[in-house]
Design a protein around this ligand. Structure first.
Ligand code: FES
Length: 182
């Protein structure tokens, strides 16, 4: 094979490798790379949400999950807390109002960024079957199986080590939430 042909082939192969690597890393990168587009605060209508339901909204280049949860599902029991890596969210990225066990401004709504804190995979919601039907029971990462409770606190044994990040927001009324900052 001539030197020029070999060089051309090498260029093609290395081009494919770079494209393949970018395609492989895209799901991880899209969660952590902020967009440059500047958006204002965003208001979300939650009036139609039923208990256990989740809503995903796109904000500042990232997905935010709003879950309507029953206050009874905020776990404060010591038997549960000892299974959490950071039960009091000391190492979490969250506004001050989210410091307690509920990690939210109000008991019945949880607002979190919908990415696993290990490599930013998009989370899935966990449901458990009860007599009353399916209820919200936390989150699951499809990449490496990390699990988070109903307040977005990471469960011991998970590959991820940090609780879910929480944006700054406020309840404008019973039916509206406004996202105001990271
Ligand atoms: S990215 Fe979530 S456990 Fe790997």
């Amino acid at each position: 094979m001539s030197l020029t042909r070999r060089k051309l082939l090498l260029n093609i192969v290395s081009g494919f490798s770079v494209a393949g690597l970018i395609a492989l890393l895209f799901p991880f990168l899209k969660g952590i790379v902020p967009t440059l587009k500047k958006e204002e605060a965003k208001e979300i209508d939650v009036s139609a949400m039923k208990e256990g339901e989740a809503k995903t909204v796109r904000w500042k280049g990232r997905n935010v999950l709003i879950v309507k949860r029953h206050p009874d599902f905020i776990s404060k029991h010591s038997s549960h807390l000892k299974n959490l890596i950071d039960p009091f969210s000391r190492n979490s990225s969250q506004p001050e109002f989210a410091n307690g066990h509920r990690r939210s401004d109000r008991d019945n709504y949880l607002v979190v960024y919908s990415y696993c804190t290990l490599l930013s995979c998009e989370l899935k919601r966990l449901q458990i079957e009860t007599e009353k039907g399916d209820v919200f029971s936390g989150f699951f990462c499809p990449c490496d199986g990390s699990r988070y409770d109903t307040s977005g606190r990471v469960i011991a044994g998970s590959a991820a080590k940090y609780n879910l990040s929480i944006p700054n927001y406020e309840h404008v009324s019973e039916s509206r939430i406004r996202l105001t900052g990271v």
